[in-house]
Design a binder for this molecule. Structure first.
Ligand code: AP5
Length: 187
């Protein structure tokens, strides 16, 4: 198994880079934001609750996201490994993930701490134009990342290898830096 976590601000390129990794390493891409958007699209109760938070750039309550992740991580396509994109995003989620992985006898091989300036991030997201990609919500998402999600890196710092990657240049250039580091760990 090869298990990776992406930690990075909105728009930094977690989803973009995950697509390269999924292909090269044949591991499942688990993006909690995509899963929540699918629930909104399908009109589920979870989707209805999540939408009110996502529209404002706030985090969806931990219990809802943890249950969703717990179910997803046990699916067959995770047998070879998985890459978590957008989870854990709070200390509570990180602690619960530890418990879930201990039960399954899995471990995390690496954390990718991916970063870029707010200026780059805002420009990329305004160009993309998803429902939550307006300037006010983007700024709140960045604020929420700084206050609630960045501290999660401290939780892992003495436990898991952390790879720090600056997300500048083309997606392919950024991926080349990530791949070099991942190959050192995987060999
Ligand atoms: P989520 O869907 O996870 O969004 P996010 O973290 O804000 O991240 P994005 O998807 O916006 O950005 P990304 O880093 O994946 O960048 P991407 O590759 O797309 O979460 C949305 C919401 O769901 C949250 O606000 C929250 O409400 C809720 N949620 C999700 N998970 C949760 C959890 N665990 N707990 C609680 N709530 C949760 O790239 C962005 C753009 O930039 C694209 O257009 C891309 O083409 C472009 N781009 C990427 N790389 C480059 C490059 N190198 N050069 C030029 N352009 C680039």
């Amino acid at each position: 198994m090869f298990n990776i976590i992406f930690i990075g601000a909105p728009g930094v390129g977690k989803g973009t880079q995950s697509a390269f990794i999924e292909k090269d390493y044949s591991i499942a891409h688990i993006a909690t934001g995509d899963m929540l958007r699918k629930n909104i699209e399908d009109g589920t109760e979870l989707g209805k609750t999540a939408k009110s938070y996502m529209d404002k750039g706030e985090l969806v309550p931990d219990s809802l996201v943890i249950d969703m992740l717990n179910e997803r991580i046990q699916k067959d396509d995770c047998k070879n490994g998985f890459m978590l994109d957008g989870f854990p995003r709070t200390m509570e989620q990180a602690k619960e993930l530890d418990k879930i992985l201990a039960k399954l006898n899995h471990k995390i091989d690496a954390i990718i701490d991916i970063y870029a300036s707010d200026e780059i991030i805002i420009k990329r997201l305004l160009n993309r134009g998803r429902a939550d990609d307006n300037e006010e919500t983007i700024k709140n998402r960045i604020k929420v990342f700084e206050s609630q999600s960045k501290p999660v890196l401290d939780f892992y710092k003495d436990k898991v290898k952390i790879i720090k990657i600056e997300s500048v240049g083309t997606p392919e250039e950024v991926y080349a830096k990530i791949k070099k580091e991942l190959d050192l760990i995987k060999k």
